[in-house]
Design a protein around this ligand. Structure first.
Ligand SMILES: Cc1cc2nc3c(=O)[nH]c(=O)nc-3n(C[C@H](O)[C@H](O)[C@H](O)COP(=O)(O)O)c2cc1C
Length: 199
């Protein structure tokens, strides 16, 4: 399947924001079972989904430019998230989870999320905006990416799903594997999955 239509988030379940903050933590152990479509949908919606009619997102973004591109690595392949249509487009049918990080648990996590920034999004054609951003692309991208990862952490906390943010990635190898252009800059990755079944 080349496009996965994601489901809309269910807004009236889960912990309060404060409860979710209280139990937020990183976990590096995952049950291999794939995430349900509803969970997958909510992970991406929390990460970068549209939450207002004018197309703005669940996370803030410097000047509303939304430079990030969010990828999901699963056993079925690698998908790119399309916030506007709330869907995933398959970019390869290969299981590349092992390439999304250098730690052992990464290949077995049902979902590895990888965040890139497309620096071309910072070129708006508006000289004032472009002058303000020039030289700040890295800072703006990382700040936006931090908001994404915290949203995913809080969502996972609220739903009792395991998650860890990861910087330990062979960025050059990953970008090459995905055949990404030089304006795409790796930001950070995350592994997401249900907790292992207790022994
Ligand atoms: C920017 C960033 C990069 C991180 N990179 C990794 C990583 O590569 N591998 C890993 O296992 N954990 C990584 N972590 C998770 C931290 O180790 C974890 O957040 C920290 O130990 C605090 O634990 P807690 O999240 O449970 O509060 C990263 C966290 C952040 C914010």
């Amino acid at each position: 399947m080349n496009t996965i239509r994601l489901s809309q988030p269910i807004l009236d379940q889960g912990l309060t924001v404060k409860q979710a903050m209280m139990r937020r933590h990183s976990t590096r152990e995952f049950f291999s079972k794939p995430l349900s479509l509803d969970t997958l949908s909510e992970v991406f919606w929390a990460a970068y989904g549209v939450n207002r009619t004018e197309g703005k997102r669940t996370v803030p973004s410097a000047m509303g430019l939304y430079p990030l591109e969010i990828y999901g690595f699963t056993a079925e392949g690698v998908y790119k998230y399309n916030p506007e249509s709330h869907s995933l487009t398959m970019i390869t049918g290969k299981d590349l989870r092992v390439k999304s990080g250098t730690q052992d648990f990464v290949a077995g996590a049902p979902l590895d999320v990888v965040i890139y920034s497309d620096y071309d999004k910072f070129i708006t054609g508006n000289p004032e905006t472009d002058d303000m951003i020039r030289g700040n692309e890295e800072r703006m991208s990382l700040l936006d990416a931090g908001a994404v990862t915290e949203n995913v952490y809080l969502y996972c906390s609220s739903e009792h799903i395991n998650v860890v943010e990861r910087a330990m990635v062979d960025q050059a190898a990953l970008s090459k594997e995905l055949n990404l252009p030089s304006n795409y800059h790796f930001q950070v990755a995350m592994s997401v999955g249900y907790p292992p079944i207790p022994a």
